[in-house]
Design a protein around this ligand. Structure first.
Ligand code: FAD
Length: 278
């Protein structure tokens, strides 16, 4: 299958990319790793007249300390996140999550910015992004705005970014070592049927769930039930609330009941593993 014809432009800077996005409006699409956009174009689900390839804008690819946070550029690939010493030492949840994405080819080309903007309900990062309470920078004609993780995932395949905004940076805390990501995946693609990310500290936990609902969510019922409890019984009881208030997706990969069950199982496993790391 071939996509519809389009013009290909490779902006050299963030400023140029933002200017071009504004200039071409709804007719333009940003291309990063292309692992979601190109299939959509081949299926004619997306038919941009102009494709802006940002993959080689050097100022968008980095992982570095920024005070008590770690800043990650939008076009940083999954493999760079998976293998980052900075992340693995100070905030290993994203690195662990990236290691679960697809296969080597997907991890070599796919980017964190593309994955977050695409907001696929079965993508892995959103669970970790929510559990880490990450911040996401969007740059557009009106300047830069920072969106909290809790406000970023709006609906199925819909993020908080406007069509004329470029995602430039993601920031996560540099002090979240007691973490874990547990996932049951679709066997062919690796996408999550139910993925659970946990950040734990002595005073509490944060739990992010992906793959289960039309958008990733915080399992706040688990967080409040568990509180500072750490016993096996307390963990098992809290994990039962992993899909509370959620209408789980049902498709050829899993029924709604099975997804809710997997959310509970993976929540228990992720909590146990995060606490074991404390
Ligand atoms: P692209 O496809 O280039 O872009 C995706 C969307 O984001 C487009 O709308 C594009 O315009 C927009 N965009 C990209 N970057 C920006 C930016 N900086 N600012 C504004 N808009 C932007 N994902 C998982 O999480 N887990 C998996 O197990 C998994 N398995 C996969 C298996 C296969 C076979 C394939 C093909 C993909 C899989 N993916 C999986 C998806 C993969 O992680 C993609 O890399 C990701 O969804 C999109 O990132 P990308 O860089 O390829 O973005």
């Amino acid at each position: 299958m071939y996509p519809a014809n389009f013009d290909y432009i490779r902006p050299r800077s963030v400023d140029e990319a933002v200017r071009l996005l504004q200039q071409h409006g709804d007719e333009a699409k940003v291309l990063a790793g292309g692992h979601s956009l190109i299939p959509a174009m081949k299926l004619r689900l997306a038919t941009p007249k102009v494709v802006l390839d940002i993959a080689r804008i050097a100022e968008l690819s980095y992982i570095r300390r920024a005070g008590d946070r770690i800043a990650i550029g939008a076009t940083t690939t999954h493999v760079d996140i998976e293998t980052s010493t900075v992340l693995r030492e100070a905030s290993p949840l994203l690195a662990e999550t990236a290691s679960h994405i697809g296969d080597v080819q997907v991890r070599n080309k796919g980017t964190i910015g593309g994955s977050l903007i695409h907001a696929d309900p079965a993508a892995d990062y959103p669970a970790a992004i929510l559990a880490l309470e990450a911040e996401i920078d969007l740059v557009g004609p009106r300047g830069t705005r920072t969106v909290r993780a809790a406000d970023f995932f709006v609906d199925l395949l819909q993020s908080a970014a406007a069509p004329d905004e470029l995602l430039t940076e993601i920031r996560v805390p540099a002090t979240a070592p007691s973490v874990a990501y547990e996932k049951t995946e679709q066997k062919a693609s690796g996408f999550a049927i139910a993925g659970v990310a946990v950040v734990a500290w002595p005073g509490g936990v944060r739990v992010g769930v992906t793959g289960v609902a039309p958008k990733a969510y915080r399992a706040t019922a688990v967080e409040s039930t568990l509180g500072t409890g750490r016993s096996a019984d307390a963990i098992a009881l809290a994990a039962l609330r992993a899909a509370e208030g959620i209408h789980p997706l049902a498709d050829i990969h899993a029924t709604a009941e099975y997804r809710a069950h997997l959310a509970q199982i993976n929540t228990r496993r992720a909590l146990e593993r995060a606490f074991a790391r404390a």
